[in-house]
Design a protein around this ligand. Structure first.
Ligand code: GDP
Length: 299
């Protein structure tokens, strides 16, 4: 399947190395787990999560549940799944009209592409969608959003380069209410932020949105590039604190063997991964489904 292909590099890097580790092993012991620990850490599952996983496997080993390589693999799959399920919640843009999504993240992570894919998907489902080009610092960002909008038949609210992002948000909220839009997606500037700057910018833009549409934004979606591994984890920590993030989109999983980062991030940040990106085309943005994900990873 497409998901399986998209995760191929991570499957090769993680599961391929586990296979190599356990191949022909007659017995799983503490040494095997030590080597497994190394594999998990280099797959960017994160030190804290790895330590926790290994501890759980040690307990299973002492209960004599890990007889062979296959048993070790299925136990690991179960442990990964339960951690991914613990904070999982899928994205349902329902219960408010307009449902407002504020999208945040640093430049280059795939923010514009993700917004474009979301717009295309929900427009195709028959929802009335409106986009707001809140990244007024890069003219190219707004241009790119307009291209996605045209392709999806979705209008984009934009101002001149250098305009106040809050003014764009204000106009977009007004327009969304007037047009009875179902889904309003607001882009934001992705300059590398210091925490203080980020908080100030977010406070201002949120204040405008909240004033125009009580209860909004209904989702603050942080977009992260999976290929950046531990960097993505630190971005998640920064934005969670400073920007009130409520969900994550993890892009470019197709280009990296570091897909384990999804476990580290959802576990260590206690934020639900809403979407995963496994390619550049419109239908390469998927709802994240933990069961489907581990199945694709472990075949
Ligand atoms: P932004 O600066 O955060 O708005 O990033 P863009 O949306 O412009 O994306 C940067 C690059 O990453 C573009 O070339 C996208 O096509 C690419 N990209 C985004 N998401 C994915 C993905 O899931 N997989 C792959 N392979 N490329 C992606």
């Amino acid at each position: 399947t497409r998901l399986k292909n998209g995760l191929k590099k991570t499957t090769d890097g993680l599961v391929g190395r586990i296979d190599a580790l356990v191949l022909g092993k007659k017995e799983i012991n503490a040494d095997t787990l030590e080597e497994l620990e190394e594999i998990l850490i280099t797959s960017d599952i994160g030190v804290a999560t790895t330590v926790e996983l290994i501890r759980a496997l040690e307990q299973r080993l002492s209960r004599q549940e890990l007889k062979d390589g296959q048993a070790l693999k299925s136990a690991l799959k179960e442990e990964l799944l339960s951690r991914l399920l613990a904070c999982h919640q899928s994205f349902r843009p329902e219960g408010a009209t307009p449902f407002v999504v504020l999208v945040v993240g640093v430049n280059g992570v795939g923010k514009t592409t993700t917004i474009g894919k979301l717009a295309a998907r929900y427009a195709a489902e028959g929802k009335r969608v409106l986009l707001a080009a809140g990244d007024t610092f890069r003219a190219a960002a707004a241009e790119q959003l307009v291209v996605w909008g045209e392709r999806a038949g979705v209008e984009v609210i934009r101002h001149q380069e250098g305009a106040d992002p809050s003014a764009v948000a204000f106009d977009a909220c007004k327009a969304a209410v007037a047009r009875k839009t179902d889904l309003l997606i607001i882009d934001t500037a992705g300059r590398l932020h210091t925490k203080v700057n980020l908080m100030e910018e977010m406070k201002k833009i949120r204040r405008v949105i909240e004033r125009e549409i009580p209860g909004a934004p209904h989702e603050t979606l942080l977009v992260l590039d999976a290929a950046t591994g531990q960097n993505a984890l630190s971005q998640a920590r920064l934005f969670k604190e400073a920007a009130g993030v409520s969900g994550l989109a993890l892009t470019k999983l197709d280009g990296t063997a570091k897909g384990g980062i999804i476990v580290a991030i959802s576990r260590e940040c206690a934020l639900p991964v809403r979407f995963i990106g496994i390619g550049e085309s419109v239908d390469d943005l998927r709802d994240f489904d933990p069961q489907e994900f581990v199945n694709a990873l472990f075949q």
